[in-house]
Design a protein around this ligand. Sequence first.
Ligand code: GRF
Length: 223
Amino acid sequence: MAASGARGPGEAREDVAETRRVAVLLSGHGTNLQALLDAAAEPASGLAVALVVSDRADAYGLERARLAGVDAAVVRPADHPDRAAFDRALRDLVAAARPDAICLAGFMRILGPEFVRAFPDRIVNTHPSLLPAFRGAHAVRDALAYGVRVSGCTIHLVDEQVDHGPVLFQAAVPVEQGDDEASLHERIKREEHRLLPLAVRLVADGRVRTDGRRAWVVEAVPR
Ligand code: GRF
């Protein structure tokens, strides 16, 4: 987030109407990225997707970025000597985009501490279960296998543990008879698409405060 900085007399408050910049990390189809792009395309949204980064060159989300005229990059672990180097490369690329918020939208890598510490309380993740149930890469499959009657999504801030940081939003999605992983995941994604842009906007606006695991929203503050 840009620093508010003191102004001299007569200096324009150019930052008041400043567009909030979002960097999106993804690995796959990018329907959540699309929800963010659509939100940013709303008139006077004040939101811009400034950068999309994928760890996979074949992620369709990269194509969505290109179609929307957004800078897109690929950073692959295989191109770096170790995880810490991958983390630093990702951190430096994202930092150069000067994001107000960073969104993990189906990014299937665990971010290391060097990345997470560079953007405290600025990274938002969406996870397709009601956390803390069913962490990990197969949340929808695991919830179905367990036989839950209700699952959903969790939009949360990212800390140094996987699928763990303070919760911003959750939505419940009932499991229907005959659901398979794809059908349940599709209905969960509808909720993610609704809530993720709201959460990203709040974080980008600097309106989220945390105390331990609790997160809450404050009124907009002039910057
Ligand atoms: C979402 O369900 C997200 O919760 C999970 O991966 C999925 C990404 O979907 N981490 P998409 O690529 O945005 O369509």
